[in-house]
Design a protein around this ligand. Sequence first.
Ligand code: ZN
Length: 165
Amino acid sequence: MKNTENPVVSIHYTLTNKAGEKLDSSIGAEPLSYLHGAGNIIPGLENALSDVSVGDKLTVTIEAADAYGERNEEQIQTVSKEMFQGIDNITVGMQFQADSSNGPAIVTIKKVEGDNITIDGNHPLAGEQLTFDVEVMDIRPATETEMEHGHIHGEHVHGEDCNHD
Ligand code: ZN
């Protein structure tokens, strides 16, 4: 079938940055499935997949603004080590999941100076131009519940009783 309104689209993808370094790939694992039109994936990729059919292969280059956004220097903050209670050895490059006003965010440790820890709340791929090599593996209609919830209910994700927003 074709990608019509709110279908569930499954893709295999390989993600590379501007330097041509491979950052991520679904090859060898399960394809990525998502609810089209619900903002579950980055806007540039979702737009590029608006009119595809099963078997289509495409290469999409996406500027930062349509991927994980531009870097925002205000997201870099220095906090006290006490913020990281229970973690003995904080080192540069470690990543934590933190709650932000926009939902869960990844925070990366940038600098450790005594009790002062510099954290970067930008998405690790913010400011990066990204290229996706995509193959469309499957397109199926979404169930009513999936459309209501705005995301897919894969076998391993959650069942009919899922009660999140
Ligand atoms: Zn759900």
